[in-house]
Design a protein around this ligand. Sequence first.
Ligand SMILES: [Zn+2]
Length: 468
Amino acid sequence: MRGLETVIGLEIHVQLATATKLFCGCRADYFAAPPNTLTCPVCLGMPGALPVLNRKAVEYALRVALALGAQVKRRSHFDRKNYFYPDLPKGYQITQRQVPLAVGGELRFWVEGEERRVRIRELHLEEDAGKLVHTPAGALVDMNRCGVPLVEIVTEPDLRTPGEAKEFLRALRTLLRHLGVSGADMEKGELRCDANLSLARDGEWGVKSEIKNLNSFRGVERALAAAAAWQRERLERGEEIRLATFGWDEGRERLLLQRAKEEAHDYRYFPEPDLVPLEVSEELLEKVRAGLPELPWARRERFVREYRLSSREVEVLLGEPELADYFERVAAAVGEGREAANWILTEVLRFWQGSPPLPAEELALLIQKVRKKEISRTTAKELLEEAIGGKESLERLLAGRAVRQLTDEAELEKLAREAMSQHPQAVADFQAGKTQALGFLVGQVMRKTKGRADASKLAQIFQRLLAS
Ligand SMILES: [Zn+2]
């Protein structure tokens, strides 16, 4: 057992967010569509129907390839992978096996603040199959997903722990969303993962355990941990490890042995005769390269440098590009990023549902008012919730309340003295060493002034008065 390490590689299927399918004009956003409504003779594999390659899907795949720094093959082609399954009406899947679209490259990501790089072996285009829907009455088949474009990304065995594999996938999701090529939502099946694991020496593959169709980040981590334990137990008993393929029971968190590799399929691959080879021109490559956005790792470094954000904060902001964009707009309007990040992460994020719950300018205005001490933080939070929940704009709410923070020393002191005479027990408690009584007194004044009092100034005044 000594000297053995966990070696993990992933095969990831990414559903591309093109309007139409890979080889026909059917709509590709099948997720909420009624079964079998997005089909045509091409994606149903009718005799004589001919596929035509979707240019947008190629551009999206190239975007991913270039962002990963992969080397794009100027000439690749499609192959038929033949197998029989009820959700595959053609009897074969069109994929790229012999010559993939791109090879090499790497994904940069961070695990607990430390940078990792995982090499990419290859990236290719292929079509999805349909779906079996299991009902009490039996299995039904829905062909809407047939022909939906996928990019398959295969990594080198560079991952060393299940947790790292999960972070890699998160980082890949962030990249795909920044590139605008996929929703990359694992729950919707837009990002699916097969994982290979072995216990081995020197980062080389040992005997692999493969886990198919993982569709949650937690599932990836838990299933890999279970596969590592499965191999370790066998090695400890002195047993030989055989190649095996597992499924993952998400609910019970258990591996399900599907097959030993000895019965592996022979897919009888051969070049797809109905499609010409895929030629990628210099012009197209340049166009795609020029259209790449700032990549997440560059953006991440800039956020840490420019705004002094922590690793964790940046991760949350970059997880959704719209959130990161929103943050940058607020930071620009406030003229500072640190406060903007605090407000977004602690107050706005819980109302976030894919889009800003409040315009960036309004949030910036609120932050500025707090910084200028025109309103207290407490009032600002109340107004923020009101503005998000209601129909009135923040500006109107501010005007309506005509709020101005109470910072006047004399006035605050008067209020403090009042609170002390009304709550002698709290004063006695504080003087007996119960420091939490101070918070109680401050709270009384805040309540009386409806949050307008400057809480930190008030606390200082109380401390002075209570000490004398
Ligand atoms: Zn179709």
